[in-house]
Design a protein around this ligand. Structure first.
Ligand code: FAD
Ligand code: DHB
Length: 391
């Protein structure tokens, strides 16, 4: 098999890239190791920055998102039993975010790709990328019990943190920057209308909590839990009790309970692999960087990378200049490090580390006070949350 762009992975990065290339008239093949149902059900992110939503619309994949997604113009910060709303459009010249689940975005992109786009092979596991530093890179993969080879002009590794693509970059040429956190998130989906019409980020002495949503009828909630926690340890009532404590306010706000339909624990890490390109192999999304989830940057960074790649390849085709492709890694990493900084700041602002001292607690509260009393500090948060510009 032969194609112009071989894409490994049908997560948000690989699927959006396939769609962008299709719109630009560039052929591509997507290889995905899991089956379609698994990819469509994997419960992860829920917030699209305006730039991500705009990219989906421009690629002709925004129709259902615009019908069913929920535009959010702010978030609430909750601490010390107080509430403070951050108004995004007022602070950023009109920017907002969209609540639309990663599962739904992936379903839309898969349907479009299968209808109109190039091949998307499920249960096709990439085994290795070969000859990345030549003009003819190849992906060796296994599909329906056979080994095969995809000959490409370019390979994009969109295969997530556990993927194989980045192994093709010689260790001597790479640097990894990493930080782990001594806590994770217990995430639940519940069949109950969200108790607030915007997301609530709560800092509490017992730990962080987040109220989010998937639709007007489904809540998505998270609790900070110790590293290594097994989701099965937490009974449903214990989860609601703990959420109630951490979201408690001095006014009459109440948390509505409902049946919990899914539970899982996500570990937290900050991790960046540099460079994001080696010869004709490009890395995009979680294959190249991970952020802790606070602030919802992971999916949006993945989208930014593939928009940058599609733009660079189109530029090369149209002008013959490889200038943008050559700058790919630097261009993406500038934005990646801003998102790493933002996610780290949000995480340390709102979580309680196991060894936190009263001094640390006071500092967190002072940082929160600063955001709620200084327009400059609040604007910095709003700009980071609604997204850093591409390029
Ligand atoms: P992925 O979504 O990981 O997709 C990679 C794809 O490649 C997968 O489909 C995988 O099956 C496939 N693949 C892997 N290896 C191979 C191979 N060898 N051959 C073929 N295919 C392969 N972000 C937020 O903003 N908010 C959240 O609440 C949030 N929660 C998360 C919870 C979890 C458990 C995880 C892991 C991530 C979460 N994230 C969250 C991050 C966000 O979901 C990711 O940043 C986003 O999915 C990145 O997209 P991606 O396409 O780069 O990678
Ligand atoms: C969600 C996840 C996040 O990490 C976040 O900051 C906000 C919302 C969510 O899954 O809905």
């Amino acid at each position: 098999m032969r194609t112009t762009v071989g894409i490994i992975g049908a997560g948000p990065a690989g699927l959006l890239l396939a769609r962008l290339l299709h719109s630009a008239g560039i052929d591509a093949v997507v290889l995905e190791s899991r089956d379609r149902a698994y990819v469509e059900r994997r419960q992860r992110a829920g917030i699209l920055e305006q730039g991500t939503a705009d990219a989906l619309r421009a690629a002709g994949a925004g129709e259902r998102m615009d019908r069913e997604g929920l535009r959010h113009d702010g978030i609430e910060l909750r601490f010390d039993r107080r509430r403070h709303r951050v108004d995004f459009p007022a602070l950023t010249g009109g920017r907002s975010v969209m609540v639309y689940a990663q599962t739904e975005m992936c379903k839309d992109l898969i349907a479009l790709q299968l209808e109109e786009g190039g091949p998307l092979l499920f249960e096709a596991e990439a085994l290795a990328v070969e000859d990345a530093d030549t003009d003819a890179p190849r992906i060796r993969f296994r599909h329906e019990g056979h080994e095969d080879v995809l000959e490409c002009a370019y390979v994009v590794g969109c295969d997530g943190f556990w993927g194989v693509a980045r192994q093709a970059i010689p260790a001597g040429l790479t640097r990894v920057f990493e930080r782990t956190y001594p806590f994770g998130w217990l995430g639940v989906l519940a069949d109950v209308p969200p108790s607030h019409d915007e997301l609530v980020y709560a800092r509490h002495d017992r730990g962080f909590a987040l109220l989010s949503m998937r639709s007007p009828a489904v809540s998505r909630l998270y609790l900070q839990v110790p590293d290594g926690t097994d989701a099965g340890q937490w009974g449903d009532e214990a989860i609601w009790d703990e959420l109630e404590r951490r979201f408690e306010t001095a006014d009459d706000w109440r948390l509505a309970r409902g049946p919990i339909t899914q539970k899982s624990v996500t570990p937290m890490r900050s991790w960046v692999h540099e460079p994001m390109r080696h010869g004709r192999l490009f890395l995009a999304g979680d294959a190249a960087h991970i952020v802790p989830p606070t602030g919802a940057k992971g999916l949006n960074l993945a989208a930014g990378d593939v928009v940058t790649f599609a733009r660079a390849l189109t530029h090369q085709r149209d002008t013959g200049s490889s200038e943008l492709l050559d700058a790919y890694s630097q261009t993406c990493l500038r934005r990646v490090w801003q998102a790493e900084r933002f996610s780290y700041d949000m995480t340390t602002l709102l979580h309680r580390a196991p060894g936190a001292t009263p001094f640390d607690d006071r500092l967190q509260l002072a940082r929160l006070e600063r955001i709620t009393s200084s327009r400059a500090a609040e604007t910095d948060l709003a700009e980071g949350y609604t997204g850093f510009p591409l390029g």
